[in-house]
Design a protein around this ligand. Sequence first.
Ligand code: F6R
Length: 611
Amino acid sequence: MCGIVAYIGSREAYPIILKGLQRLEYRGYDSAGVALLDKKLEIYKKKGKVAELEASLVGKNLHAQAGIGHTRWATHGEPSDRNAHPHRSSSGKLAMVHNGIIENFAPIKKELVSKGYVFESDTDTEVLLHFIEDIYKHDAKSLEEAVRIALKRIVGAYVIILLDQDHPDTLIAARKGSPLVIGIGKNEHFLASDASPIIEYTKEVVYINDYEMAIVKPDELILKNPGNERITPFITKLDMELAAIEKGGYDHFMLKEIFEQPTAVFDCLRGRLDPKAGTIRMGGIDKHLDLLKEAKRIILVGCGTSWHAGLLAEYVFEELCRIPVEVEYASEFRYRNPVIHPGDVIIAISQSGETADTLVALENAKKQGAFIFGVVNVVGSSIARLSQAGAYTHAGPEIGVASTKAFTAQLTVLYLIAMKLGFAKSAITKERYLHLINELALIPEKINEVLRKADDIKILAEKYKDARDFLFLGRGYNFPIALEGALKLKEISYIHAEGYPAAEMKHGPIALVEEGLPIVFVATKDAYHEKLVSNAQEIKARKGKVLAIITENDTIFHEIADETIAVPAADEILAPLLSVVPLQLLAYYTGLAKGLDVDKPRNLAKSVTVE
Ligand code: F6R
């Protein structure tokens, strides 16, 4: 949440920062701002999206070779010009951007107020900035030292970057709990929340770790630990191309990412699934196979869409591996003192690898002796680094705020793990194992077939776009997909939507059904199919509109439903990889038909780095 970007070197800083903010806008878009340092420190900031900041700066002299920028997801203080970052210190000489939350801002603010500090915003960031400046004025020999002293008192999560008018050749940055990557150029450095603002200039980057501080000059990067000792920066080569973070001819990232799913799933299977040999190879599993086979329990932890992937994996692991599985919302798990035994395996699911709740839940479980296995998309992210083993999802950068291809890639990895483990434990027969391997290999092409129905789904979306509510129902493997379909629609179209197990309807929610209420049945053919047919009849009897995702040639559902979208037949365990795709498209086209910004839905940010 919140994107930060900074530059120091010999180029013009503003265009680099502006482009960087546009790339990081998925992290928040309540306001945007830049601080530029030529001889004097100038700060420009504006409520709203980066484009509004850009428009407000046309015609201004923005010459500077050092600068910091910020795109905000509001935590402390409403979205407004005055709460926008960068903030300026009371001497006027320091500017700071911050991503995270300072939890103990209140007592520090009280102290500062008693010393006569005046606050211009409602943010915790301004408190930290005044605190740093106060220490700089009275107790420290340098800004670097002042930052170090201040951070020792801070409780919370942060990445901060400071610009000092008196030292135009130095940026000071520090991190705990929020991400920071530094790109190394020739006599220049680029700092950002992720690599997307950097890749166009350099592929050499350093991922900053928690509690590290960076003193960044055009020609030097000094890293230090809290004890003021120098650390050797570990330089990594970025494995990402610029095209991966551009729209590539699509109107929105969300649509591009939905259409990238055949490739994302294929990339995820590549080098792992070998249908000819009938094998699944995964380094992270092979290395720890005995430990995983012996696991008494698997706990799947995630948030939002990643939690939905976990819920489906619960069904799949129990079916294929016969290991007891629990699935937990990270935000609940981290606070409710769960019983964890050494030897419990925790599978952490996260696209960004930076979700604060998931990260802390894992840290806690690791301390209690659990083994952490990460299923993460962003390489080198905090959750990936905290995990003791893992398997990347290889979906490529996901920029649309609503998760799509990361979800199908998460499912793909989780299927691979469950199949491999189930076979290794002899919980499934060789025949079933080989059948699933062959079926999984066919999924990318089958997703392509579903995508060919995009125009039909668009028509459906336009027809139902004015509905006030939607229900999504499914059973078994399709129940988590019903939840995911409802979440996608809420996020992107702001239509109220709920997902339920279809059989739960008669225990309460059926009271909601009235004439015309659209109810989406995720009804691909499986063991529950006949039951679902009865559930759909119950809805029809109450004049609800039945929209169904069905398997091709399903004549029964075709007759009951008002609208159907057919997907190719697949093994019932794997069918969710197909049935989720029309629901993603339904959400996308509904948002589009309502004229909404589907890549940046209101109030949301992609990477939830605050709790
Ligand atoms: C929904 C969505 C969110 C994320 C959730 C977890 O479309 O994107 O619900 O799934 O915030 O994020 P990660 O997977 O990055 O931990």
